[in-house]
Design a protein around this ligand. Structure first.
Ligand code: ADE
Length: 418
């Protein structure tokens, strides 16, 4: 099937070349995916299958896309976020005959039209980040999808809600929930890239500043430990008593948001929840505070209220707007959209290697097993999760021990005696 992708005009060779260099740089750091590729390249198990992707269009994503292409797939892709797109990657992928439905800085209508276009390409497998494409395919009752995957915590919330309301039309594997994904991508990956996004946007000194991290899930843990490493004074806010206790025992200040609002220099939301910093909080927040969001959706900070109160904020620098709210300055970073991708480069290739290897192996698993899988949410099979970890260890040159037969027997006996 030949699909017309939304390529407005012929790109310059320059931009394609820049995209290629970025792709090659990421590839050199994504060794697990390359190992998987080598294993399956001869049999081309994705031949005759259409894959529909809705991911952040980054250099790391191009490695996954090119891997799927070289396993034989026909591919269409749109962006999971209007502001996270790398233009040179779009052109590099188009040059390589991938159907890319995306452009840099689309308006809302264009952004959703592109997701619709991917949903129209008869995908056999749908690979999503945030569940926007899954939702549209379900709303439009598009048939012929064998299965799908989901990359993020926020997307899995949406899929579980879809499952419990209208039901799912095909099995969906929650890649986010693989241990070899969230332990590393959400914690070390997003932890580092969020702090990098803030540094690149503001260029401020972190040491000595009072940072407030809302949410102590895997992302919150990663962000706060990176900030602490750079000398910040870090306070955590939480709603979950276990996570709050963990933050306390990890040595962080734990407080109610209300108590820290007047003192924090920079607030970072990492919850997946809406209105974490609400319109009422702006009444007591410190003058000159910076606000950033690390969650997938731009709902964690009440951005709409800021624009409704001051529709001409001062553009302090790229990606930083200063609002005048009742005489107070409130500085919003990256419009409250996912800071690590909009203000920075997203997660580094080494962690995306783990996440996207889980993606690639899950796609292969779906195509082999979709007839047996129920139309419901599934976890990544443990075999895939552990295979990714083993491949990653070997790519880092690390060897680990194995249980002896005796130890396996001992463990089984102890277990049976309970
Ligand atoms: N999500 C977070 N970082 C990413 C990256 N570099 N590429 C694609 N998706 C991402």
């Amino acid at each position: 099937m030949k699909i017309q992708s939304s390529s407005p005009k012929k790109p310059s060779r320059d931009i394609v070349e820049r995209g290629k260099l970025e792709y090659e740089w990421a590839t050199s750091l994504m060794k697990v995916i390359i190992k998987i590729l080598k294993k399956y390249q001869r049999s081309k198990p994705l031949s005759n299958f259409n894959l529909g992707f809705c991911l952040h269009i980054t250099k790391e994503t191009s490695v996954l896309i090119m891997a799927a292409k070289s396993l034989g797939a026909q591919i269409s892709i749109c962006s999971a976020n209007p502001l996270s797109i790398q233009a040179e990657i779009i052109e590099f992928l188009r040059y390589n005959e991938i159907n890319v439905f995306a452009k840099k800085n689309p308006n809302r209508k264009e952004f959703f039209e592109n997701i619709f276009k991917v949903s129209n390409t008869n995908p056999h497998v749908v690979i999503d980040d945030g569940a926007e494409l899954h939702s549209i395919i379900h709303q439009r009752q598009i048939k012929g999808v064998y299965g799908g995957t989901e990359e993020t915590t926020s997307g899995i919330f949406r899929i579980l809600s879809l499952q419990s309301t209208t039901g799912l039309n095909y099995p969906i594997i929650g890649v986010n929930n693989a241990k070899s994904k969230y332990f590393f991508d959400n914690r070390y990956g997003t932890g580092q890239s969020t702090v990098y996004g803030i540094l690149r946007t503001l260029g401020i000194l972190i040491a000595g500043k009072r940072f407030v991290v809302c949410g102590y899930g895997w992302v919150g843990r990663g962000v706060s430990s990176c900030l602490r490493g750079l000398g910040a004074n870090v306070t955590i806010t939480e709603v979950d008593p276990i996570k709050a206790l963990e933050a306390h025992m990890d040595g962080f200040n734990v407080q109610r948001l209300e108590a820290i609002l007047p003192k924090g220099d920079c607030f970072i939301t990492c919850t997946g929840q809406k209105d974490v910093i609400s319109r009422y909080d702006f009444d007591i927040i410190k003058n000159g505070a910076f606000l950033a969001n690390a969650g997938h959706f731009d709902v964690e900070i009440d951005v709409a209220y800021l624009y409704s109160q001051d529709n001409h904020p001062i553009q302090l620098r790229p990606n930083v707007e200063s609002f005048n709210i009742k005489g107070k300055k409130i500085n919003l970073i990256a419009k409250g959209r996912v800071i690590n991708l909009v203000g920075g480069e997203g997660n580094s290739p080494e962690v995306m290697d783990l996440s996207f290897s889980n993606q690639l192996l899950s796609i292969l698993f779906i195509l082999k097993n979709y007839k047996k899988l129920g139309r419901e949410f599934h976890q990544v099979p443990k075999k895939i999760d552990y295979q990714v970890a083993h491949f990653a260890l070997s790519s880092f040159g690390i060897k680990i021990d194995k249980l002896t037969r005796d130890q396996v027997d001992y463990q089984t006996k102890v277990y049976l005696n309970y």
